[in-house]
Design a protein around this ligand. Structure first.
Ligand SMILES: [Zn+2]
Ligand SMILES: [Zn+2]
Length: 523
């Protein structure tokens, strides 16, 4: 969404959250709002008025705070602007102090290492990349080997009062080329962009403190089945350093875009478990990591398959498939509710796995997924609604898409995303009907067709969609509706910031899978 302006003000309430540090901005605290407009509506996202939370845009202002103030805050009260300037400069100075500290450490150790020379027996780091980069002399006059012995490293560390791990890291990466650094960052699922010195410090940080994991909440950067394009594959976590050089600080997640909608995430922590996944710096280590992950996945995937074997010797294929189907449903493998379709799906996997029962079920679970995963996915998607009140209806179409085949599958998904993106509560007074959303010139919404629009109206009127009951065996009962997403309300005082609010308030339990019936619209 294009940015249309900035607001500088004292927070009117204590309810808005900073998009940077994710903390509540106290009432009366100075905050900066970024206003964006998508042609339909304007939204404003707030940040604390400091350099850690608010970044001066590159565009137009080249990250220069004075140029930004002159360009955007001409009509703002002078006192406020002065406060902004002071707060911004103070926090920028703190950051620079931190960066300079790292740079000093880096230079000091680099110099010490240069004196050690390359007399060691080497042999540990085998990659040709190491040789290539150690041969280059760029910038500094020092040239140290990347294959220093452990003893050399220990000695330098002791001399300088630094941790051996840090000395080792500087020895390993201090002289690497940008492309080698990027390769290492990629292996470790870290962000690859930035200036060279940023890449170096990111790699050193990872070597010393361990890999930065995926966000524990949204798993940003993982393969997302909903992703329409091959997107980023790096962690979505960022850190404002604690200043103690301990690899910790204020961690926040910036969420990600899966190609259809933005998955917002409000994960925040002061301590992140790092290093559970081993740090990778050679192609051999990377391959080993992949193998271990595959092995782990295999064990994970065969959980619950301990007693699935049965004797097929006196059974015809049809009988085998019937038994397989029963087992597969028992395990919770996601299959069409139509037995015939489900059998066909299983038959293909059965034949591809040499007619081995356990292998077939393991493969089916992996290929088709489980009902539980599906439900989680649907919860996640439902939580992405601009109006949480529309989550149930979006969830219904998402569920239908899991049952449907062919073009209908894709069509129902599109409808679900379109509903997620509606910026009004469907069914509320004075808004377009489903029929209008699907076919009228004025109200037409991309992704909603005429017949889907009619289904939306049917749901509004009857609390169910007959076609989905008949074709997919979906249930619209009121009874097992344990919780109700529709009662969630936004807590931000910037109501336009819909993007954030759905995730903010979603408690994860609202999507009951089968129970959508509770009439949210008071009709
Ligand atoms: Zn903040
Ligand atoms: Zn996250």
């Amino acid at each position: 969404m294009p940015i249309v302006g900035y607001v500088l003000e004292k927070a009117k309430t204590g309810r808005s959250s900073c998009k940077g540090c994710k903390e509540k901005i106290p009432k009366g605290a100075l905050r900066v709002g970024t206003e964006s407009d998508n042609g339909e509506y304007t939204m404003c996202s707030w940040r604390c008025a400091n350099a850690a939370c608010f970044k001066i845009p590159k565009k137009n202002y080249k990250k220069d705070v004075e140029a930004f103030i002159a360009g955007e805050f001409q009509n703002v009260d002078e006192e406020l602007v002065e406060e902004f300037r002071a707060s911004f400069q103070k926090s920028a100075a703190e950051k620079e102090e931190h960066d300079n500290g790292l740079k000093r450490t880096f230079n000091e150790i680099s110099a010490a290492l240069a004196n050690v020379g390359s007399s060691s027996d080497g042999g540990s780091s085998s990659s040709k990349k190491a040789k290539k980069s150690s041969g280059k002399k760029k910038g500094s006059s020092s040239s140290f080997s990347t294959t220093l012995s452990q003893a050399d490293i220990e000695r330098v560390a002791k001399e300088k009062g630094m941790s051996p791990k840090l000395v080792e890291a500087i020895a390993l990466y201090g002289k690497m080329t940008t492309s080698d650094l990027k390769q290492i960052l990629k292996w470790n699922y870290l962000v690859q962009s930035g200036k060279k010195e940023e890449l170096v410090s990111r790699v050193i940080d990872g070597h010393v403190f361990g890999t930065i994991p995926r966000c524990p909440e949204c798993h940003g950067g993982e393969d997302d089945p909903e992703r329409s394009t091959t997107g980023r594959k790096s962690t979505t976590l960022t850190c404002i350093p604690s200043g103690k050089n301990d690899g910790q600080g204020k961690w926040t997640c910036k969420g990600y875009h899966n190609g259809h909608y933005r998955v917002t995430c409000n994960f925040v922590t002061d301590h992140l478990e790092r290093g559970e996944v081993p740090w990778v710096r050679t192609v051999e280590q990377y391959e080993e990591l992949l193998q271990n992950q595959a092995a782990k996945e295999k064990i994970e995937n065969s959980k619950g398959m301990e007693n699935v074997e049965f004797d097929t010797s006196n059974m015809d294929q049809r009988a085998v498939l019937d038994s397989l189907l029963e087992k597969a449903r028992g395990i919770g493998i996601k299959l069409s509710s139509n037995d015939g379709d489900a059998r066909i799906a299983l038959a293909g996997i059965y034949n591809a796995n040499d007619k081995n029962i356990t292998d077939t079920l393991v493969a089916a679970k992996k290929e088709l997924g489980t009902v539980e995963e599906e439900k989680k996915q649907a919860e996640k998607a439902a939580a992405a609604c601009k109006c949480p009140e529309n989550a149930k209806l979006a969830g219904i179409f998402l569920e239908a898409s899991t049952h449907a085949g062919g073009f209908k599958k894709a069509a129902y998904k599109k409808v679900a995303y379109a509903i997620q993106n509606l910026d009004f509560i469907f069914g509320s007074e004075g808004t377009a009907t489903g029929k209008q959303l699907g076919s009228s010139k004025k109200h037409k919404v991309d992704g909603i067709g005429k017949s889907s629009g009619l289904k939306m109206d049917e749901y509004l009127q009857d609390g169910k969609i007959q076609r989905f009951i008949e074709e997919y065996g979906m249930s619209f009962d009121d009874d097992d509706d344990e919780d109700d997403t529709t009662t969630t309300t936004t807590t931000n005082d910037n109501n336009n910031n819909n993007n954030n609010s759905a995730y903010d308030t979603y408690d994860g339990s609202g999507y009951g899978g089968s129970g959508y019936g509770d009439d949210a619209y008071g009709m």
